[in-house]
Design a protein. Structure first.
Length: 473
């Protein structure tokens, strides 16, 4: 690569790349209902042509794409493993057991806030929104169907709880990444986020409570519940032992076992129990892990609930993630996003404007560079100096990054998080997004509290001196 021939991207070139991508995606998805894969690939082509114009050779651009894909490699592996887990958990009776017990315990009127509580506790304990959604969602979605609660509404409640944990758990990767980018520690970061998060969380629970009231029960719901429970009892052996695999996953991840081995533990334990309790053969378990489980009970409600899972079902999500990260790798490595954020930073005057610009930049990063880590890393790098110059404590920056970058990621249909959640939950992103109350309210609450000074913190002189000596700022 001849470095002399490479120049920085111009603002208009960056605008062409990102503006065209957004336009193509919007027209294709909204107007034609198309899958986002090909529109995103067209974005890759445009980014490649502009990169060639800037002076990069094809071999270098190709490396940028591969580097981008590598950033999402862990996410791709988790997608594959979760697909296998869902198929095995259904055929082994884990999911049917969870659905049957859940229908006995949860009532329609309190189901949505209960879902938020269950998923938030799980995610806080594990630090994983993906692990929470991937292991809890299929039972909760099944229970919701039995209770007559719309799938998009349930998906919104699951995501709200899962991302409370992703935002606040010290075990979460993003909860550690945001303070690392800002220059503070994770416990200072979590403590500073507590007030706006509690306000948003309580408000979300209240909204979900009232949202669920129209589905408060009745003879129709009762008959559907009885039909599902009877159908499950006929086709599966329901046993409390089958609750063990999800418990093992949650406990394992809470004990800091990495997500992938933790999920595999759930697969292996379910497979063993399936052989003992359901009489599954090895061939049945392998087939369900590969192609998913196909329910053929003759009961429509059960067949719709339990026909799910498998590695093959995750290939849609895997392929979209690969294409999206090809674009992200080019846009990040060529500095196109940096050019746009630089313009935003140049025009920020007030502290409130700086925090708002940080959050908008994280959101923009999620839209155009579809990986939540990038939405924290790049704005964190770009805005850190401006916060320091204003004497703002790094926890002010880390809160802004987490409250936008992490929280908005599952609301973007082509982001890695949006793709995963839509695939795992079986509900398109644009359908569940209006019901992801916690995710929608969090940035609003943080900005409102910024106006009254609650989410703005300044460094003391001692802190400035200490951080300067440590090289933190």
């Amino acid at each position: 690569m001849n470095k002399e021939s490479i120049r920085e991207a111009n603002l208009w070139e960056a605008l062409v790349v990102f503006g065209t991508l957004i336009l193509i995606m919007a027209v294709s998805i909204v107007a034609y209902g198309a899958d986002p894969h090909i529109p995103m690939f067209l974005g890759v082509i445009i980014a490649t042509l502009v990169s060639l114009r800037i002076g990069y050779k094809w071999s270098t651009i190709e490396k940028f794409m591969i580097d981008g894909i590598n950033q999402a490699m862990q996410s791709l592996i988790i997608l594959i493993v979760i697909g296998i887990l869902i198929g095995v958990w259904i055929v082994s009776g884990v999911v049917p057991t969870m659905i049957s017990y859940g229908l006995s315990i949860l009532s329609p009127g309190f189901f949505l806030p209960a879902t938020v509580l269950i998923t938030s506790i799980t995610a806080l304990a594990t630090g994983s929104s993906w692990g929470t959604a991937g292991t809890m969602e299929i039972a909760l979605m099944g229970i919701a169907a039995g209770l007559g609660i719309p799938a998009p509404m349930t998906a919104g409640a699951i995501i709200s709880g899962a991302y409370l944990g992703d935002k606040m758990s010290p075990l979460s990767d993003t909860t550690n990444l945001a303070p690392a980018m800002a220059g503070t520690d994770v416990f200072t970061h979590v403590k500073f986020m507590t007030l706006p998060t509690v306000i948003t969380y309580v408000t979300s629970l209240v909204i979900f409570y009232f949202m669920g009231q129209p589905y408060g029960g009745g003879e129709t719901n009762l008959s559907v519940i009885q039909e599902i429970q009877s159908g499950i009892a006929i086709n599966f052996s329901v046993s409390p032992w089958l609750i063990l695999p999800p418990v093992l996953v949650i406990v394992g991840i809470a004990m800091k076992i990495p997500a992938i081995p933790g999920i595999v533990l759930g697969i292996l334990s379910a497979a063993g129990l399936g052989m003992l309790i359901q009489g599954n053969t090895l061939g049945e378990l392998i087939a369900s892990g590969m192609s998913g489980y196909v329910s053929d009970t003759g009961i429509a409600n059960i067949d719709e609930l339990l026909t799910n899972g498998g590695l093959e079902a995750m290939m849609y999500a895997v392929s979209l993630t690969v294409i999206a990260m090809m674009f992200g790798g080019i846009a990040e490595s060529t500095g196109m996003l940096k050019v746009l954020l630089g313009v935003i930073l140049k025009n920020v005057q007030s502290t409130i404007g700086l925090i708002s610009a940080t959050m908008l930049s994280s959101l923009f990063s999620n839209v155009t560079m579809p990986e939540q880590y990038i939405s924290i890393i790049i704005p964190g790098r770009m805005f850190k100096k401006a916060y320091t110059e204003r004497g703002l404590h790094p926890k002010t920056l880390s809160n802004a990054l987490e409250s936008s970058g992490t929280i908005s990621s599952p609301l973007i249909p082509w982001s890695t998080c949006g793709v995963f959640m839509a695939t795992a939950l079986g509900v398109p992103t644009l359908e569940y997004a209006p019901y992801a109350v916690f995710n929608l309210l969090t940035p609003v609450v943080v900005i409102l509290l910024t106006y009254v000074g609650t989410t703005v913190a300044y460094m003391t002189e001692e802190e400035k001196t200490t951080m300067a000596e440590d090289g933190t700022v």
